[in-house]
Design a protein. Structure first.
Length: 62
């Protein structure tokens, strides 16, 4: 059976007026969310197929 995982980007710097929406990176909290997310995705087998993501910086970092 095929499975679909929908994952939102990690915490980003939403209040930085110097950047447009697509350029906002992850903040420190978002960076700390990456390792636990990767472990969970690996346990669920979510890393064995295709990954489609937004071109936004925060989505690519996640």
């Amino acid at each position: 059976m095929k499975r679909l995982f929908l994952i939102r980007h990690a915490k980003s710097s939403w209040n930085d007026d110097s950047l447009c929406d697509q350029e906002r990176p992850l903040n420190d909290r978002g960076q700390s969310q990456l390792a636990p997310l990767a472990r969970a995705m690996k346990c669920l087998g979510a890393l064995s197929g295709a990954i489609y993501a937004s071109p936004a910086v925060r989505a690519q970092q996640t």
